[in-house]
Design a protein around this ligand. Structure first.
Ligand code: 13P
Ligand code: SF4
Length: 308
């Protein structure tokens, strides 16, 4: 059985030989993040997939993220190390269901969170991520009727922050759904000096008790890292997947990061291991492709988002 350092040596050799780039999300294992050429949130990863000169992108994240990279970079080979790394949010709506919903609201503008399949994006007017959701919604004409898929928590948070009304799909992330208002209030009482960094997918992100906490900030994962770096505070409560703390701590080594609760873990991201990255590079597996006719349609809402 090769040691972790032998596996890393093999990965380093293969990525050079094959002109491959390794992209990883903040929710992957710390050792996978440390190996990556670029670690980011879903917006940053999409932008990076569009910029890279590498021939192969090894995407250490869940399937919709690799699929988005394949839509953005159709001439690159996009590999996901584990074929069945899925996402409960992306699986909560399919293309057929969205098409039916649109038929019920023919005047509606569909805003899709990037945590969706290519098929859903193909029925979408504009995509957003947690980093740019407010900007995307605010860019739409005041009178448009917005159909927001699939995250009801992020959707409700956008409504509260922008004062806009939207029709919300009833999907959620099984990880962030576990983050409750009581957890945040308890941590706020326990750490009165700390800023509280909350992902808007959390089930309490639109709760007025949380929105009115002066020390609560709502961010994508990359936004949390930027906030902690520039803040004068020394302590932060982190209300998202626990391994985001790995990067927070690396970037701000003198500050303290406290998880909002034990074991807020995305089991799907954790399927990506060092061994699976090695195997992906060695065997050039598992390639993620999107049929041309779906890709052409799915690219437009992503392009509109990236242009914003
Ligand atoms: P970010 O956009 O913050 O990376 O979030 C993606 C995600 O899957 C959150 O659960
Ligand atoms: Fe999907 Fe939730 Fe995991 Fe993010 S944390 S990838 S939304 S299941």
């Amino acid at each position: 059985m090769p040691t972790p350092s032998e596996i890393i040596d093999n990965i380093n050799r293969l990525r050079k030989e094959k002109n491959a780039v390794i992209l990883a999300h903040y929710y992957t294992w710390p050792e996978v993040q440390d190996l990556a050429d670029y670690v980011g949130d879903s917006l940053g990863l999409s932008q990076e997939a569009g910029k890279t000169d590498a021939e192969i992108i090894v995407f250490c994240g869940v399937h919709f993220m690799a699929e988005t990279a394949a839509i953005i970079s159709p001439r690159k080979r996009v590999l996901i190390p584990v074929r069945n790394a899925g996402c409960s949010l992306a699986e909560s709506v399919n293309g057929y269901e969205l098409q039916q919903w649109k038929e019920e609201h023919p005047e509606g503008t569909v805003v899709s969170y990037v945590n969706t399949t290519a098929e859903v994006k193909a029925w979408t007017d504009i995509c957003c991520t947690s980093a740019n959701a407010l900007r995307v919604v605010e860019s739409l004409p005041e009178k448009s009727r917005i159909l927001f898929v699939p995250d009801k928590n992020l959707g409700a948070w956008i409504c509260k922050k922008t004062g806009r009304e939207m029709e919300l799909w009833a999907g959620d992330c099984c990880v962030h759904q576990r983050i409750t208002a009581q957890m945040i209030l308890d941590k706020a009482a326990e750490y009165p000096e700390a800023d509280i960094l909350i992902h808007p997918e959390a089930s309490c992100s639109a709760d007025d008790r949380i929105l009115s906490l002066p020390q609560a900030y709502f961010y994508s994962t990359a936004g949390m890292i930027a906030h902690a770096k520039k803040s004068a505070k020394k302590q932060f409560v982190v209300a998202t997947e626990m391994d985001t703390i790995h990067q927070l701590q690396k970037d701000s080594p003198k500050k303290e990061f406290v998880p909002v609760a034990d074991r807020i873990v995305c089991g799907q991201m954790k399927k990506i291991t060092l061994e699976s990255v090695w195997e992906a590079l060695e065997k050039e597996q598992y390639e993620v492709t999107v049929p041309a006719e779906v890709r052409e349609k799915a690219w437009l809402p992503i392009q509109r988002m990236l242009e914003l």
